[in-house]
Design a protein around this ligand. Sequence first.
Ligand code: ADP
Ligand code: MG
Length: 481
Amino acid sequence: MTNETWGSMRQELIASVGRNNFANWIEPLELDALEDGVATFRVTSPFVGDWVSRNYGDAILNVINKSGRPAERLVFEVGPRREPAAAAASAHGAPANGVSANGTPAEVTPSHGPAGARASSDRAAPAVLRGEADDLPGPDLDDRFTFDSFVVGKPNELAHAAARRVAEGGDVTFNPLFLYGGVGLGKTHLMHAIAWELRRRQPDLRVVYLSAEQFMYRFIQALRERQMIDFKQLFRSVDVLMVDDVQFIAGKDSTQEEFFHTFNALVDQRSQIILSADRAPGEIEKMESRIVSRMQSGLVVDLHPTTYELRLGILQQKAERFRPQFRDIRLADGVLEFLAHRITSNVRVLEGALMRLFAMGSLVGREVTIDMTQECLVDILRQSDRKTTIDEIQRKVCDHYNIRISDLVGPKRTRIFARPRQIAMYLCKQMTQRSLPEIGRKFGGRDHTTILHGVKKIEELRGKDSQIAEDLEMLRRALEA
Ligand code: ADP
Ligand code: MG
């Protein structure tokens, strides 16, 4: 049987497992081999194999058997697809190369009741799921993520203020605090900062920080080891519970269910809950509505994308912090500004760029110039080049000169339209990858020679007309922000 056959066969499972579960667990499975009654599937993590074998093993065996290919056993292997020969070897139980340390295959045989299934998957439990079951999740806090090192600006001031307020402890004013925003904008940083601060102020407080993924691991582990009571007691005994990236549990029905109960119990006993996600509660797909409304019942604040000023502030602070490590480094004027302009994606990328720049600077032992920066960071700069569009440029230029788009691209030749038009042409040539004919088409179907003439004209004026030079600089900033 091939993976394709399996692909069509598995559709049958939709009815028995439900659409959500099917999409989460069954669809991603790839069949590697079906030989000697052993079906070998490739999965992305030990956890997935374990979960699937526990919950859907019997159903999967059923559909395979129904197809006329006898199967008695399922094997789940972690990692990239291996050569057929190796796959066959492991199907017989021989350890195969390329299986990661915690990639012990999870196996399942047809069970005649839940006990059998549990026994066989217990044996195969990936090491990663084993932890100190009766301990609170460890103090897995990054010591760089404190309030001291968090730079506050317009985009994050509300989130920061709310985090501060919660970190001061005392009476719970908003529960839960829900922080959301795109990747690398500081959600995890703020949560760790809260935890540090709470610990500092109230060492006896039971503060737990964990990712939603870890919450799920622990939950599954408790289920498997039949320690649900311990699990419940553990999570209900905390004073402050922080769960990072809760969007992760969307679509994971039983984890959501448990999360909901934990959540309610904690709110009832007035423990503080702090959650983060990559989007607003109502926008998380496949999240149960009763959980969504619980999440919305406290304070929901978002971290906005960074601005130029915030990025510059962060760079200046990080540069200071790197200094002790890189004593002799000298940055030319404008290097940090250049980075803040050009790297707009997220703070993590910004930090990585600065780190690399410092490392290079200390190697070459000369002042780091903008040219060197450009060379050193060529890949990062290329990646984060914002794709400025012709439309955007036209709009900004029109706003700036207070004219209409129809006049900008239209035929009128008077100076008040012609000059902004040439400036827009120039910026299109400089800031986009579009060819002259393409730009021409967006300017009312003008010929490429007309565009070239406009570009040349502005290049010439830029050197002698300071007003034009200033306008260009302002427009460029606005477009890069
Ligand atoms: P998220 O959890 O939102 O994806 P992180 O909190 O992991 O983002 O932040 C990514 C990196 O950027 C971290 O190293 C963090 O310290 C840094 N960072 C983000 N925002 C700020 C800020 N306002 N001030 C200082 N560092 C920041
Ligand atoms: Mg994070």
